[in-house]
Design a protein around this ligand. Structure first.
Ligand SMILES: [Zn+2]
Length: 54
C-alpha cells in the first residue's frame, strides 16, 4: 500500500498514512489526531527516491 504524507489544516500535525488508491482518489483522508478531514497532501519524499545515475 502506498504511503502518503499529509498535513492537517486544522491541528497542523503531519501524518504519513497508508492509503489504498481508492481512498486516496476519493479524498477519504482523516487526521489521526483530530479526525479532521481537511488534510493537505504534502509532496512526498518518494521524489527523493529517484536514483541519480549521472
Ligand atoms: Zn488534525
Amino acid at each position: 500500500m502506498p504511503m502518503y504524507e499529509y498535513k492537517c489544516l486544522d491541528c497542523g500535525k503531519e501524518a504519513t498514512l497508508a492509503l489504498t488508491l481508492k481512498d486516496h482518489d476519493s479524498g477519504a483522508v482523516t487526521c489521526p489526531s483530530c479526525k479532521s478531514k481537511r488534510m493537505e497532501q504534502l509532496i512526498s519524499s518518494v521524489m527523493a527516491k529517484t536514483s541519480r545515475k549521472s
